[in-house]
Design a protein. Structure first.
Length: 103
């Protein structure tokens, strides 16, 4: 895919980004970051843009860490459940094979 310039606005600032990513996806990412920046600005008494950006980045990092923890838990349960199903199937196949041999 070729590199394109995507125009976005985050927290009242206009940016032109060169990206190989789909422009719609970049716009959605920018909207997400803008939302986090606005939420952080509401929490702070200071309007310093750098401070707002750092708080927004920390909130995004927290979201990511929590989703990874949740995903790891789900993944672990799926692996455990898959192993249980595999043992059940192996048991059924072993019984079926034993019946065929005994017939």
């Amino acid at each position: 895919m070729s590199e394109r310039v995507v125009h976005i606005d985050i927290h009242g600032q206009h940016y032109s980004l060169k990206s190989d990513l789909d422009p719609q996806y970049v716009s959605e990412l920018a909207a997400f970051v803008d939302e986090k920046m606005r939420a952080a600005a509401l929490e702070l008494t200071s309007a310093d843009p750098l401070r707002v950006a750092v708080i927004a980045a920390l909130n995004i990092a927290d979201d990511l860490a929590r989703s990874r923890e949740h995903g790891a838990g789900v993944e672990g349960r799926l692996i455990t459940r898959t192993a249980e199903i595999e043992r059940l199937i192996d048991g059924v196949l072993d019984e079926a094979q034993a019946r065929v041999v005994n017939e």
